[in-house]
Design a protein around this ligand. Sequence first.
Ligand SMILES: Nc1ncnc2c1ncn2[C@@H]1O[C@H](COP(=O)(O)OP(=O)(O)OP(=O)(O)O)[C@@H](O)[C@H]1O
Ligand SMILES: [Mg+2]
Length: 260
Amino acid sequence: MADICLEARDLCKTYIVEGYSNNVLQNINLKIEEGEFVSIMGPSGSGKSTLLYTISGMDDMTAGKVIFDGDDISEMNDKQLTKLRLIKMGFIFQQMYMMKKLCIMDNIVLPGYQAALMSREEVNKKAEDLMRRLGIIETADREITEVSGGQLQRACLARALINSPKVLFADEPTGALNSKASMEVLGEMVKANEAGTTVLMVTHSEKVAASSDRIIYLMDGDIQGELVLGKINTSDGMSSAEKLSLRERKLRKWLEEMGW
Ligand SMILES: Nc1ncnc2c1ncn2[C@@H]1O[C@H](COP(=O)(O)OP(=O)(O)OP(=O)(O)O)[C@@H](O)[C@H]1O
Ligand SMILES: [Mg+2]
């Protein structure tokens, strides 16, 4: 069995709104292996984004523990968490935290400069390479208000991958994209995963989730079940389109059983 790189133990999150408490996550226990590509699915309001925010340390948990790469993040102070996020985590979230005063290119390279794991020239080259592969190279000098939602989402992916993170957290990374652009973004995430980045992604799309190794179904803040599809086997002679449609059918059937 591979090493566990991310683990939630009895993770709980309660929001208190106008005196009423809403137990959004209830004793979540989840282990993610190094190199896994895991999707979280479930109805709107089931707590998927909340799970991603708390398990990544972006938001406080109410109770429980999260172990990231051997360290208990619930015990870390803000400075330690900030460093961990910069160097070992990549994020694509629904609310995109792009700097309004910086152009697309500068937004992408910024975490690379801050982490200083590579020289600035190497960061620039990597950013250009990512933008080219994601089809947004022509937006490099534009303000973030001068690009489409889909282009911005792809820029977020480029930024999230600039430091080759250990874990990529993505909340509906293809939500604003048409099906062609969705597949391009997904393709880049699969490539990052093949290169060693563990991926934890929330998605509503069966087509997108069908590329992941495992799908977790969340309902009312509780894990209701999981489907293991495994890595896509490339040595059995079947075309990848055939394989994906087979996986998608399997997933759809399982989701129906889950009450999707
Ligand atoms: N900051 C907040 N304050 C109070 N309640 C919140 C907050 N964020 C989320 N919630 C509540 O927590 C519950 C889960 O929300 P969450 O955003 O995690 O759902 P989701 O599964 O990601 O839904 P969607 O598919 O629509 O994105 C909802 O009832 C929501 O209203
Ligand atoms: Mg959400």
